[in-house]
Design a protein around this ligand. Structure first.
Ligand SMILES: Cc1cc2nc3c(=O)[nH]c(=O)nc-3n(C[C@H](O)[C@H](O)[C@H](O)COP(=O)(O)OP(=O)(O)OC[C@H]3O[C@@H](n4cnc5c(N)ncnc54)[C@H](O)[C@@H]3O)c2cc1C
Length: 551
């Protein structure tokens, strides 16, 4: 398979030559650099490349070209290569057009001319975009293969796990791939168990649990030491931010994650409103950066390990893991966030993972190319998923129960402008039907009372979240819904919480038990935003440092 391509398009020969030279110097070994001096010629070339099944990783296009502007080019190019990263080369005067196109064409970056020195201005930007492209592109390669079926929930679980850990794999669907069926037959009897996962060393796992899969791919599932200064439960934005700050300050930190790092944010195809990223950043790109940063400072991160119970033993806090292991530490930070509400609509439970997915638009979108899919929910998370799915699906119907969506205006405008997206307001989901896979849904118009049947192949559900705090249910004070109370919300008429022994009030993010802190969406009163969670993680570290001085 030929190397993927970086396309550079510019009508000015001097600029085109200079871009080509800089791209070749840095990326020439891993990518083919194709310079073209005209938008239409580049589009014609792209169509031929597509027929030959060649891959395009990135477009670097000048905005100012006669006949076709850079934005117009990218608009058409993304129809052919929706996954390729899009960078616009602009003059200062084009800045407004570039910013406007962030929404219209999903521009990843606009780069101001001149881009010299490239080591400072060009390569860092393109390196990150190409890393992100690599992480999301299912490239043919001789690595892990997951052989399964779309109707197999355990196949979905394995794919989601590897995707969220950004471990490349090749997906082979037995229903559409004769080669995959043959491989299964040749492997002998698996009694229809899926997925079958093959590795380069020749070993095979059949329908493994996540811990076995994690161990096989080299993730840490066991703590290296019996005790730490700080144990952080959960590696969403709050947990990872705390891990970065704590470990960079020399606090000996363990992070325990029951699934994969990134939390809810990791399932977001594009976080548009995170400070400092004008073109948005995908949840797993943000996660990848945060995980590398935390590890670089020495934090240890366990995957596929849930904390089952937290308890207090003398001056130690004990974290009991699901496999029975106990880890002792001086402080615990609970950053377990929230998990998706599941549908209780008739028919939905049996199709979970086999056509109905919770927050998994990223993992499954490619499997529904040219298919009709539903998104349930009207908030930003649903809107982001609809936008992402529209890159692949033929049609995306967004089912919103109320008369108005709750999504931000910028996102709603983008949804309305997207021809593949249909928004159905006042629409109640009544029933989900399908034999082993989703086939159709019954919806009711809450304004007219009229019911109708809609055909579709998959449903992505975003109907809110609930806090995950069961591991401290008997230990710290929580709200009726399970949010953990911290700081001043624990003081009733100025009185400290029951059992509180210290001569001070609980710190801002401290729970009703000294030395146990909470940050992010799991905490009562938190604002459910990536930036807020990151901020709380950072504040938690500052408070934990104060606490550690006293024990
Ligand atoms: C699809 C989607 C899109 C979103 N888009 C945006 C956006 O664009 N902008 C924005 O600001 N916000 C967005 N949000 C909200 C934002 O992602 C959350 O507010 C943020 O992730 C909360 O961070 P957190 O660290 O508190 O918790 P979470 O992100 O929920 O992370 C908690 C982590 O703890 C782990 N965990 C839970 N229980 C245990 C246990 N017992 N043991 C070990 N680990 C455990 C979970 O597996 C998870 O990884 C979005 C949310 C979703 C779902």
């Amino acid at each position: 398979m030929a190397n993927p391509v970086i396309f550079s398009i510019d009508d000015d020969p001097m600029v085109l030559n200079a871009v080509e030279r800089d791209l070749r110097a840095h990326y020439g070994q891993d990518y083919r650099i194709i310079p073209i001096n005209q938008g239409q010629a580049a589009l014609d070339y792209l169509k031929k490349m597509k027929q030959r099944d060649e891959m395009v990783a990135l477009f670097l296009v000048d905005q100012r070209m006669p006949g076709m502007t850079g934005i117009e080019f990218l608009n058409q190019a993304m129809e052919i290569y929706p996954e390729a990263k899009r960078v616009l080369l602009t003059a200062y005067a084009d800045t407004e057009a570039a910013i406007a196109s962030i929404n219209d064409i999903g521009l990843d970056y606009y780069l101001m001319k001149p881009w010299h020195p490239p080591h400072e201005k060009l390569y860092p930007v393109l390196d990150e975009l190409l890393e992100d492209w690599k992480a999301h592109t299912h490239r043919p390669f001789e690595g892990i293969r997951i052989i399964g079926a779309l109707w197999s929930a355990t196949s979905h679980q394995a794919k989601e796990f590897l995707t969220r850990h950004q471990i490349p794999y090749r997906w082979l669907d037995v229903d559409h791939d004769a080669g995959a069926r043959k491989m299964i037959e040749e492997m002998g009897s698996t009694a229809g168990k899926f997925p079958v996962i093959t590795f380069t060393d020749g070993s095979i796992l059949i329908d493994p649990d996540l811990k076995a899969l994690a161990e096989k791919v080299g993730l840490h599932t066991r703590a290296g030491l019996p005790s730490y200064d700080l144990a952080i439960i959960g590696s969403g934005p709050a947990g990872l931010a705390a891990a970065v700050y704590a470990s960079s300050d020399g606090v000996h930190t363990l992070v325990v994650e029951k699934a994969a790092p990134g939390g809810q944010a990791g399932s977001s195809p594009k976080i548009e409103n995170f400070f400092g990223f004008p073109s948005g950043i995908s949840g797993d790109d943000l996660t990848r950066r945060a995980v590398s940063q935390a590890k670089r400072f020495g934090a240890e991160i366990l995957s596929a390990q849930a904390a089952r119970k937290i308890s207090v033993r003398d001056s130690y806090r004990i974290v009991e893991l699901e496999d029975g292991t106990e880890i002792s530490c001086r402080v615990v930070l609970i950053a377990t966030g929230a998990s998706f509400h599941v549908l209780n609509t008739p028919g939905a439970a049996g199709l979970t993972g086999t056509g109905i997915y919770y927050g998994a638009a990223y993992t499954e979108a490619m499997n529904f190319k040219e298919k009709d899919v539903f998104v349930v929910g009207g908030a930003n998370s649903a809107g982001q998923a609809a936008m992402y799915l529209s890159r692949f699906a033929r049609k995306v119907s967004v089912l919103i129960r109320g008369p108005q969506p709750a999504a931000s205006k910028y996102l709603y405008d983008a949804l309305i402008a997207n021809e593949k997206i249909e928004i159905l307001l006042n629409t109640d989901l009544m029933e989900v039907r399908g034999e082993g896979k989703l086939e159709e849904v019954i919806v009711k118009d809450t304004a007219t009372g009229e019911s109708r049947v809609l055909k579709g192949d998959a449903m992505f559900v975003f109907i809110g979240v609930r806090p995950q705090s069961d591991m401290v249910a008997d230990l710290v004070e929580r709200s009726a819904k399970g949010h953990i109370l911290t700081g001043s919300s624990l003081l009733q008429e100025g009185k400290r919480p029951k059992g509180w022994t210290l001569e001070r009030d609980p710190y801002l993010l401290e729970t009703s038990v000294p030395g146990i802190f909470a940050a992010g969406d799991v905490r009562m009163g938190a604002t459910p935003r990536v930036a807020s969670a990151v901020g709380e993680g950072a504040i938690a570290h500052a408070l934990i440092k104060e606490y550690l001085k006293t024990v």
